[in-house]
Design a protein around this ligand. Structure first.
Ligand code: GLP
Length: 234
């Protein structure tokens, strides 16, 4: 694992955006794995700013988001589909047919998970995946206890995760299920960049740094991968 510490979330975002844009320049048909949450907002802002200057940044790019809430329509303000539209998709020339999120409204969620896995495979697999880190060590929505060999699946969200995301559901209807890429799906990405910023992340970062690999702390699975960069500003 490579570790890079930054003095501020702004500097972290700057660097993360550079990594994404450099990867796209090197490989314009790249398949990206994308996160949501508060941490990556600054990265997306900078990517959007740069792409206003660079012609056709995302023209041939394919993206797969890590997760989406179950039972939340894509147009709901709290959905990850809305988040992605607000922060990236509406501002770059990414073809909407190439921007994938799990469909949390699918009648058969398990079948949707299988379909999502198939789509990732058919696209040639993830080349570069950006991740955020939950305070309890979750990546995507893989909560503590998630097996490392899990593929895209339906998860029950923990109370702490629901609380952390409650502000995006002001009506109080915070979803209790989601679809997430599994840890095995994430680990198949050829490169991974983990973004760690914000208050309350110190303990999680220390735990990751300790090197102990345990399903109690999902992000520790990243130690099993050969090309992970951790960018931190905590
Ligand atoms: C959510 C997302 C994760 C994200 C995490 C941390 O639960 N599903 O993908 O990494 O929260 O979010 P934040 O960056 O807001 O701390």
């Amino acid at each position: 694992m490579q570790w890079e510490a930054f003095e501020s979330p702004a500097l972290l975002s700057e660097h993360a955006a550079e990594l994404m844009l450099a990867a796209i320049r090197d490989h314009p048909r790249i398949v990206l794995g994308l996160p949501t949450g508060r941490t990556p907002i600054g990265m997306y802002e900078r990517v959007v700013r740069e792409c206003a200057r660079e012609y056709h940044c995302f023209r041939d790019v394919t993206t797969f988001n890590l997760d989406e809430y179950a039972g939340v329509p894509p147009e709901h303000p709290g959905s990850y589909a809305t988040y992605m539209k607000q922060h990236l998709f509406a501002h770059v020339d990414l073809d909407s047919s190439q921007a994938h999120l799990p469909n949390g409204m699918a009648a058969d969620l398990d079948a949707e998970c299988e379909r999502y896995e198939r789509e990732i495979r058919d696209a040639g697999g993830l080349e570069l995946t950006f991740l955020g880190l939950g305070r309890n060590g979750h990546i995507g929505f893989n909560e503590p206890g998630s097996p490392f060999d899990a593929r895209t699946h339906v998860v029950h969200l923990t109370e702490s995760t629901r609380k952390a995301n409650a502000e995006f559901f002001p009506d109080g209807n915070v979803p209790n299920h989601a679809i997430t890429m599994g840890i095995a799906t994430i680990l198949e990405s050829r490169r991974i960049v983990l973004l760690v910023a914000g208050s309350g992340k110190e303990t999680a970062l220390d735990r990751l740094r300790s090197g102990e690999i345990t399903t109690d702390f999902p992000a520790s699975a990243l130690w099993k991968h050969g090309d992970v960069t951790v960018l931190s500003a905590v």
